[in-house]
Ligand binder design. Sequence first.
Ligand SMILES: NC(=O)c1ccc[n+]([C@@H]2O[C@H](COP(=O)([O-])OP(=O)(O)OC[C@H]3O[C@@H](n4cnc5c(N)ncnc54)[C@H](OP(=O)(O)O)[C@@H]3O)[C@@H](O)[C@H]2O)c1
Length: 370
Amino acid sequence: MSAKSHPEIKVGILGATGTVGQRFIQLLASHPYFKIHALGASSRSASQQYSKVTRWKLSTPIPDFVQKMVVQDCRPDAEGFAECGVVFSGLDADVAGDIEEAFRSANLIVYSNAKSYRRDPLCPLIVPLVNPSHLSIIPRQRSALSLSKGYIVTNANCSTTGLVVPLAALEKAFGPLETVMVTTLQAISGAGYPGVSSLDILDNVVPHIGGEEEKIEWETNKILGGLRSDNKEFDLHATDSVKPINVSATCTRVPVIDGHTGVVSVKFSCNPPPSIEAIDKAFREFTCEAQELGVPSAPAQAIVVHDAPDRPQPRLDRDLHNGACVSVGRIRDCPVFDVKFVCLIDNVRLGAATSSIMNAEIAVEKGYIA
Ligand SMILES: NC(=O)c1ccc[n+]([C@@H]2O[C@H](COP(=O)([O-])OP(=O)(O)OC[C@H]3O[C@@H](n4cnc5c(N)ncnc54)[C@H](OP(=O)(O)O)[C@@H]3O)[C@@H](O)[C@H]2O)c1
């Protein structure tokens, strides 16, 4: 069956009133087979109409049919969730762990943006343009927890996602990487709503985002690593022949609304390293399984390479391919490592909601969502 002819699948959204939740609603409102069926948020919003309790921040209006939907408590027995084939979570990290576990225990399928289960050895951490093969641990997760249907799949930290797509292209073309250094310039929307105070961020750069650097440094290796052949655990990129990548990250918050930029230097394991021309070609020619499967949210181009010396820029490039690709530019020799470049991701689309949706679309194709 082609991706376009799937029967309708009802979906729920946890954290539906938040920054990521609003993107879920915008993207899912016109989805070919996922149909918004239940919305959940905190007790502050529950039992009220969505349009009355949400500070909607997107430039498109709240879809008509969503405006009057009643927000539910984030409990699996709240109205509507039991019928959902997938529950997408844009929950605040402080509460996501317990709530998502309650949904999984109720035999529901959860695709999460929160950090809570990214390091769990039974939960795949999936960037849909990079490692959807890790979905194959789902049967093991279900059997370990004695669940016939429920499981949790996570997607990565938004800056990690913007970094690992170009890194995956380099590994695919040239083999393992040895060292990666990245400095991020992260948008305000990455902190959710209301996020960073305007007095802190206007006319300023804040050189610290709590926990972010550790996420990039750790998650990169789980995503680019593999599953052992028995599908029982992740090898965190360390096999007999391949060592984990040394990753060093510095994260800053800048006065940009949407779009995280990464300034990256890479050292390859191969010696001599590939030429800049070969690296440029590897980025341009990178294709991935999501595209081969033809899932609805897959971008026509996973990586857009910019030739202009002053690109990518958040304001000009974050909307490319509906925010589902990574932009790369300024590919040049690095006098310390081998190559340096700049990457850009829409942190709320491919960095969050689009990744969850694309992961679920791939899972539909692979039979993990009926
Ligand atoms: N923003 C990004 O770029 C981004 C990117 C990748 C991942 N993430 C992750 O995605 C998640 C959501 O981030 P966000 O930026 O969308 O945050 P946000 O704007 O602060 O939204 C948080 C959502 O969680 C709900 N919530 C808060 N406390 C709750 C509780 N006790 N019970 C049930 N629901 C509760 C809120 O509902 P109320 O409106 O009712 O309070 C709201 O819907 C976080 O885990 C974040 O780390 C965010």
